[in-house]
Each structure stands twice: as C-alpha cells, then as structure tokens.
Write a protein that binds this ligand. Structure first.
Ligand code: NAG
Ligand code: NAG
Ligand code: NAG
Ligand code: NAG
Ligand code: NAG
Ligand code: NAG
Ligand code: NAG
Ligand code: NAG
Ligand code: NAG
Length: 828
C-alpha cells in the first residue's frame, strides 16, 4: 500500500491491517467459570457470529469466514439442518453444499473456533423449523415433547451428527474447532403448554446430549430451567439484564439479533450499527463472557427452505455481511472496532472485581479492576435519550451521547463509543454491466399442463379434505384438491358462490376449467375464506382447487400441528336464498405437485425441453406459465442478482439450481417507513423500516458458482401471472462511500476488490449536515475542504488532519483514510 503524507504525520496504518492467527493445538481444553471461557487455560471473552452453511455456497464459505475473522470474531456458529441431511428417513446427504464437515474445517483453517448448534429443532426461519416433514407422518409421533417415537428419531440424528464430527476430529479436545454445542433451541419460550411432558423432555435432552461425550460444554438457549451442567443462555435484541440459572455459568448470549428477517408483504428491517454496538457493549458491561451475532451473514433461502409461513427468499437480516457476502458498512466496521476495544480489556475483564456506580439518572460507570495487576477497564453507559456530560474528576470529562456506551481504557481514556461511527458507510448499487445487453433476452415458454387436474383427474382419492403437508410430505408447494358436483336444476344456482375455508397459504380456484379467483393471507392471518361467484351448468361441474404453501410454520408451541391447505374445509356451494351444498365429504381426488415439476421443466436437461415455444407472442400476465431464457454471466467477480421486476409469484432456477421462491408482485405496506432513522431507545422490529410501497423482494441472488462462463439458463415458473420482459441481470457493488471522521481516530475507507476511485462528490471540514447520499455544507467549513481531498484522490491512501466532524463522500474510491486531530481549525 502506498501512502501520501500531509503535514508529515505518520499514521499507524499497518495496525489496522494486522490479523492475528490463533492456531488450534491438538487437544484444546474448554471450560468456563462465571467470568471467562477458559481455552487451554487461557481466560477469554468470545465473539461469535452465525453463518449458516446452507444459506450460501461452498464457494462462498472461505470468503465469508475470512471476513468474519477480519471483523474480529473468534468463532463461527451454525445450526445443523436435519431436513436437508435426512430428506428421507435414514437416507442421508452430506455432500456439496451440505458438507458441514468441510465448513467446520474451513473455520478451523481460518484459525477460528466453532459453535455447533444441533437442535435438531432449529427454528431459524427455516421450513418447518428444520424438521424433515416425513416426521409428521410417523404414526403416534408428537414433536418436541416426551414422546418415544420423536425422541428416538432425534437421538438417532443427533448421534449421527456427533459421530460425524468425532470421526472428522472436530471437537476441541480432539484438536478441532468446536468449543460449544447446543441441544434443543429456545424451548423455554414455548414449553408451558407441554406441561409435565415438556419438563421431562428437556431433562431427557440434557441427559441424551451429555451421554454423547463430546468433551466440550453443551448449552441450551432460552431455557431458564436448564438441567445442570447445561449452560443456559440468552437470545434477544438486548441481554444485559440476563443471568444464567447457575452463578458458576458464564453469561452467554447466543442470539444477539443484528437485524430482523422479512416476510412477503413486509418492509425492510434496519437495525442501526450504533444500537447493535450499544447492546453488545451493555452486555459486556454487565459481565458478559460470550456473545454470538445472529446473523453475522444471513444469506439466502434457496429452494423451498424458507420457513414461515411467508418468510422471503433473502435472509439478509441486516447482518454485518449482506446477503451477497459484501461488507455491510458501517455495521461490519463499527462492530470490528468494538471487538478490538473490548479485547484490549480481555485480561482485566476475565479476572477482576467489578463494581457499578450510578453517576446520574441512566448513566452508569462500571469499573473492572484486575485481581492480578490492579489494571482498570471501564464501561460508561448512558441509556437516556439525551446526551450526558460526565465528569470523572481526575479521570477526565466525557460526553456520552444518548443511548451509548463509552469504553475507557484504564478508566481514563475513551477508546470507543457505540454512537460514534468511525467507519465508512457503503451504499450498495445494483448495476447492469452491459454484457447482458448485447443480446436482448429472448424468452420461450410452455404453459403448465393442467388437462388432467382441470378435468378432475388426480392420483389418489379420499372422502375428506386432507391437511396439505400430511398429503404431500412437502415434496412440493402444490396440492390439487378436485371434485365434481352434479346440478339438475341450474336456475337454483344462477347466482351461486364457491366458498372455501382454508388454512392457507395460497388458493387458486378453477370451476369447469376456468380460473375464478386466487387469494392469499391478509396480514399474517393465514387461515382465510375464499368466496367468489361461479357459473354452474346443468350436469357435471368440475371444481379444481390448487393450494400452495409458502414455507411451513417454524416457530411456536405445537408448530408441527399447524395445519396447511384446505384441511377439513369446509368447501361449499352457496346458492339462491343461501342454500348451501356442502362438498367437504365429497369424493375428492388429489394430485401432489405440478405436472411441470414431475416433468422437471426447471431442469435444462429435461427431455420435455423440446416443448418450449419461441416466437414474438410472449404470453404476459398469464397464470401457470413456465418461462425460459439464456443469458451470459455478468463479467467480473461482483455478486450477481436477477431483477425479477414484472414477475408475479413462483420459483426460479438457474442452470437447474433453485434460487428460491420469488414474489415481486407482493408490494410492501405503504406506511410505516421513515426517511431518517433515530436508533435511540429500545429497538423493536418496526423501527427504522424502509422500502415502503415497493416489492418486498425484487432482486434474487445467483451465486457465481451457479453460473457458467458463457451460456446460462434461467427458468421461471409463474403462478399468478407476470411479464418476463423487464427481467435483467445485475451485479451488486458499492456505489457510494461516505464517512465521518471523529477526533483522534483514523477513518479507513475502501471499495470492493477491483474497484477504484472515480469521483469525489463531497467533502467538508466543518459542521456538515445530512446523511450519506445527501450531505450538505453546514454553517462553517474550511475553504479548501473538497479540493484537498480531490488532489490526493488518485492515491490509494491519504491522511488528512481535520478539526471538526467531517462528512466525506467518495465515489468508487479504492481506499481512503482520514484522521482527525483536535484543536486545529482549518484543513492543512
Ligand atoms: C477476582 O476477585 C474477586 C474478588 O475477590 C472474586 O470474586 C473473583 O472470583 C476473582 N476472579 C477470579 C477469576 O478469580
Ligand atoms: C430519570 O429519567 C427518566 C427518563 O429519562 C425519567 O422518567 C425519570 O423521572 C428520571 N428520574 C429522576 C429521578 O430524575
Ligand atoms: C486471578 O488473579 C489472581 C491474583 O493474581 C490469581 O491468584 C488467580 O489465580 C487468578 N485467577 C485465575 C482464574 O486465573
Ligand atoms: C443495459 O440495459 C439496462 C436496462 O435497459 C440499462 O439501464 C443499462 O444502462 C444498459 N447497460 C449498458 C452498458 O448499455
Ligand atoms: C391439453 O389440452 C389442450 C386443449 O384441449 C391440447 O391442445 C393440449 O395438447 C393438451 N395437452 C396435453 C399435454 O394433453
Ligand atoms: C328449479 O328451481 C327454481 C328456483 O328454485 C324453481 O322455481 C323451479 O320450479 C325448479 N324447477 C324444477 C324443474 O324443479
Ligand atoms: C372457517 O373454519 C374455521 C374452522 O372450522 C371456523 O372457525 C371459521 O369460523 C370458518 N370461517 C368462516 C368464515 O366460515
Ligand atoms: C412434450 O414433448 C414430448 C416429446 O415430444 C411429448 O411426449 C409430450 O407429450 C409433450 N408434452 C406436451 C405438454 O406437449
Ligand atoms: C430474550 C428477548 O429479549 N426476547 C425478545 C426478542 O425480541 C422479541 C421481539 O422484539 C421480543 O418479543 C422478545 O421478548
């Protein structure tokens, strides 16, 4: 790296680029007490982050892990996803993207620890909470309670996972990276309705786990009655008030929610970096020892893995790494600095005597004094909504902004404040690079063949309305319910209505081959009633109802019993004078899945590929259509997304691999967004929302590893009608960088690899106003603010002294650094 020096000041730039390798020796011992995680005798505080291997690709894993390491994490956490590994009973799959052993080995190679959360119930906004749906149909089974059939399955799977880890020598005492394991998941939240059976189940979980002898501690999250030797831990947006149920246990936070997930129809959640940092600093102020970011990288719900109902395909989570694996700045950098600040006090924090003194209303000073050296380390917090001026006498005066924590090294030097973001903000952009414009996309299509189902022909029958997942075992989102009704006096039915009472999630109703309507939930109410006028004829009328699921329930007591589909109905015809003809116990014919799915239309090598039509009469807004196009991969290495603007609802495949469900036609609420985000005060999931009145999800991630260099095929199944012509391929990269330098700190700014500075749009040393993307000059400003930066902008690194808070905005810069030094009133 090259540097240009202004004012002949030397910067400790290299310190920022250093990395520390913690090599795992063979036979690492892991223990704990109330103030430390003890690894090979060393007393540690641990920062961990969740990265689910199933939500990215093996090709992305090394980069994600490396970025987590550079972000200052000590450990990576992942669940293990039972439904993926045992899709059919006793038929296992640990290959390719399911090779979690390889994932853990990469974590180890990066010099990080790992946290294995087996569950095997995982919640995780994952389909059916991670349970394979075949469990549901085992006679006599009851999930997550004292039920022998369930416990046997759970034990078989848990043992299988533990054995695989042991074989690969993944547990710390074997020289591997795993320092913690988890059994069950947040059971404490939902166990009450299970009564005594719930209590004996959780005891059984503990005993079963302990009997597996893994040599590292087991934890149970959100389980205040966790049986002893299990460490109970906290999940939430804040965990400073949490106390483990055993005073000898370390205070562990297994899910510090960095953001939130999104549902179809929902807006974009946003949790400010300042607030996440505040929550983490408060946790360590209150004696925290281990904390895990949920999520550190959220990623993508490929295929039909998203839970719900109605969890979207992107699992971005507003995490420190975005869905595509880019740094989400300033969150990533602001937390990296927090980790470094807390780590600098690690020796003191883990063997000390602590005391907390109330300085003012809502302002607390927590002092840690090392038992061995007498060294001090302090947290000075302000939970008020106003800034606080704190006078610590000989230890200095501090401005502690509202809702923030300052970390004081030696209790007399501020090294970090959670509200002062001294990290670049990156505004990401989706760009077309032109390669895909050279030939306009040409689309071919084939209608979903429904001749059988629209004439009532299925593959099995019953005289009742079946629950959907019991009937499909979730091999498809789709189940056809078909029956016929004979009408002899048609005048009685001239103004008839079809009435369907369904538990959801989506219904398309056909009568006599005609679509009479489609309907889905209204605002989280998944059970709904469909009622539409219908034209009947005398003689036999055919009713074909297509029910579609959009992710099976993943949370709650008895989640497995949440019905889906037209379970029990009723289905009725309502005629003149409210005459009701109940069809619920008719002879119903069923078909699981679509014909297109049976014929593997999404697979480019499928033999029915020859049926695609290609001419200039591209059907638009026609339900139940398959579309296909060829495209070239955008050049470069930036992540790729397909913009499905124009499409309705369905599923998408690239070269045969599912990139998930799409539903750009689902528009987020018009209200509840704000231009500015005031993060101060307790976060709740409605805070600081954005993307009002836009499609909940318009862009869909196509991992680079799914793409060939030249020809690629995108196949869309469109369920409700859409227009593929606006569809385009784009890359995701930093468009604009901004930063504010704080006195005494160095600000580092950089683009993604392969990009350089193109323009400096704004720089002000004074009191600039506004936020990234819309900075404005303030009332005072050094005259040469902008030109000084522009002069040096071609460099890869620069140093600038500045006096006031400054707004700096660069476009496509490669790397930029500024340092502010107090007490001067002009630039240079
Ligand atoms: C440090 O000293 C305090 C006060 O005597 C004691 O409570 C604490 O357990 C000590 N910490 C360690 C890790 O020994
Ligand atoms: C402390 O502050 C809170 C809110 O900031 C306020 O409601 C309360 O009255 C204050 N208490 C005192 C003693 O000033
Ligand atoms: C903590 O420090 C005290 C005083 O130096 C020392 O005796 C003790 O062994 C330390 N405790 C641990 C657990 O390292
Ligand atoms: C490619 O097409 C898109 C959409 O029409 C357009 O916005 C973009 O500027 C084009 N790119 C180039 C390099 O022509
Ligand atoms: C379905 O029916 C239509 C119209 O009757 C016919 O053109 C088409 O060939 C049929 N498709 C199949 C697969 O039987
Ligand atoms: C058919 O129903 C209409 C209306 O209820 C009634 O007026 C008419 O008599 C019925 N016709 C026969 C043949 O039953
Ligand atoms: C739909 O069915 C449920 C369950 O049987 C029932 O509680 C509800 O009242 C029904 N809704 C309507 C509008 O009929
Ligand atoms: C598609 O083509 C295959 C082979 O030509 C044929 O067997 C099949 O019936 C066709 N399907 C439709 C829906 O036209
Ligand atoms: C433990 C904890 O803090 N749980 C909270 C997590 O966030 C949800 C949604 O805001 C709250 O309802 C929980 O109480």
């Amino acid at each position: 790296m090259q540097c240009i020096w202004i004012n002949n000041k030397l910067l400790p730039i290299l310190a920022l680029l250093c990395s520390c390798l913690s090599v795992l020796a063979a036979g690492t011992s892991v223990s704990y007490d109330s103030s430390a995680i003890i690894i090979n005798g060393e007393r540690r505080v641990i920062f961990s982050g969740s990265i689910h291997y199933t939500r990215s690709t093996p090709e992305m894993w090394p980069d994600l892990i490396q970025k987590a390491k550079e972000g200052g994490l000590d450990a990576i956490e992942t669940y293990v996803f039972w439904d993926q590994h045992e899709p059919q009973r006793r038929k296992y799959d640990f290959s390719g993207k399911l090779d979690f052993i390889k994932f853990f080995k990469l974590v180890q190679e990066a010099g990080l620890y790992a946290f294995l959360r087996i569950g095997p119930y995982v919640c995780a906004e994952w389909n059916y909470g991670g349970f394979p749906v075949w469990l549901h149909n085992l006679p006599g089974i009851q999930l997550r309670t004292d039920n022998k059939i369930f416990k046997d399955e759970m034990q078989t799977f848990t043992t299988k996972i533990v054995d695989l880890c042991k074989e690969a020598k993944l547990f710390a005492p074997q020289g591997g990276p795993i320092i913690f394991a988890q059994i069950e998941n947040e059971y404490g939240n939902i166990m009450k309705p299970y009564g005594e059976a719930g209590k004996s189940y959780i005891q059984w979980c503990a005993n079963m786990a302990l009997s597996l002898n893994i040599g590292v501690p087991w934890i149970m999250c959100q389980q205040s009655d966790a049986p002893q030797s299990m460490i109970n831990t906290c999940n939430g947006f804040y965990c400073d008030g949490f106390k483990p149920n055993n005073p000898k246990s370390p205070k562990m936070w297994t899910e510090n929610w960095t953001g939130w997930y999104k549902t179809w129809g929902g807006k974009d959640p946003y949790r400010a970096a300042e607030d996440v940092a505040f929550a983490v600093a408060r946790f360590f102020q209150a004696g925290g020892v281990f904390q895990n970011y949920y999520m550190y990288h959220g990623g993508t719900n490929f295929g039909r893995t998203s839970g719900g109902p109605f969890i979207v395909t992107s699992y971005e989570y507003h995490a420190p790494l975005d869905e595509f694996g880019n740094l989400n700045q300033p969150k990533w950098g602001h937390l990296k600095q927090l980790h470094a600040a807390i780590k600098s006090g690690e020796k003191v924090l883990t063997n000390s005597t602590s005391s907390t003194k109330q300085i003012g209303n809502g302002t607390d000073l927590t002092t840690y004094v090392s038992n061995s050296t007498g060294q001090k380390f302090c947290f000075l917090s302000n939970v008020n909504l106003e800034d606080a001026n704190v006078d610590l006498q000989k230890d200095g005066k501090y401005l502690v902004p509202a809702w923030s924590v300052s970390i004081l090294d030696g209790c007399n030097k501020e090294i970090y404040n959670t509200a002062k973001v001294n990290t670049q903000t990156s505004l990401m952009e989706k760009k077309s690079d032109g390669a895909e414009n050279s030939t306009k996309l040409s689309w071919s299509w084939v209608p979903e063949s429904m001749n059988d189902t629209l004439s009532g022909k299925g593959s099995f029958t019953d005289t009742k309305l079946l629950e959907q997942k019991a009937a499909t075992v979730d091999v498809s989102d789709y189940l056809w319910y078909m029956t016929s009704v004979d009408i002899d006096n048609v005048t009685q039915w001239t103004d008839a209505k079809l009435h369907v009472n369904t538990t959801g999630h989506v219904l398309h109703a056909y009568v006599n081959q005609q679509l009479i309507g489609s309907q889905w939930e209204a605002r989280g109410n998944f059970r709904f009633v469909f009622e539409q006028p219908v034209t009947l004829k005398s003689g036999t009328n055919t009713i074909s109802l297509l029910s579609a699921t959009v992710g099976l329930q993943n949370y709650g007591s008895f989640l497995d019993l949440t019905p889906t589909g037209i379970a029990g109905g009723p289905v009725q015809l309502i005629g003149k004078g409210n005459v009701v003809k109940d069809l619920s116990s008719n002879q119903w014919s069923y078909k699981v899945g679509l014909n297109g799915e049976d014929r593997r239309l999404y697979d480019v090598h499928s033999p029915s590929g020859s049926n695609w039509t290609l001419n200039n009469r591209l059907p638009k807004r026609v339900p139940m259509m398959w579309y296909k196009t060829e495209f070239k991969a955008p050049s470069g290495t930036d992540p790729v997304a397909v913009d499905l603007k124009g499409m309705g609802k369905g599923q998408a495949w690239v070269n045969g691999q599912s990139i998930g469900r799409f539903w750009p036609a689902y528009i987020a609420d018009k209200t509840g967004c704000s231009q500015t985000c005031d993060y101060r005060g307790r976060y709740h999931t409605g805070n600081c929302m954005s993307n009002c009145a836009h499609p909940t999800q318009r862009w869909y991630h196509i991992p680079r590893s799914f793409l060939n260099k030249d020809e690629n095929t995108l196949i869309l199944f469109e369920e409700i009608g859409g227009t593929p012509s606006p569809v385009s391929f784009q890359t995701v990269t930093i468009g604009t960088l901004c930063g504010s330098a704080y006195e005494g700190n160095m600000l580092e700014m950089s683009c993604q690899t392969g990009h350089t500075i193109s323009e400096i749009q704004f720089a002000s040393f004074g009191d600039p106003q506004g936020t990234c993307g819309s900075f404005k000059k303030g009332t005072c400003e050094a005259a040469n603010s902008l030109s000084a930066i522009q002069k040096v902008s071609k460099a890869q690194a620069i140093e600038i002294d500045l006096a006031y808070d400054s707004g700096i905005k660069l476009k496509n810069s490669y790397e930029f650094m500024a340092r502010q030094v107090g007490g001067r009133d002009a630039l240079m």
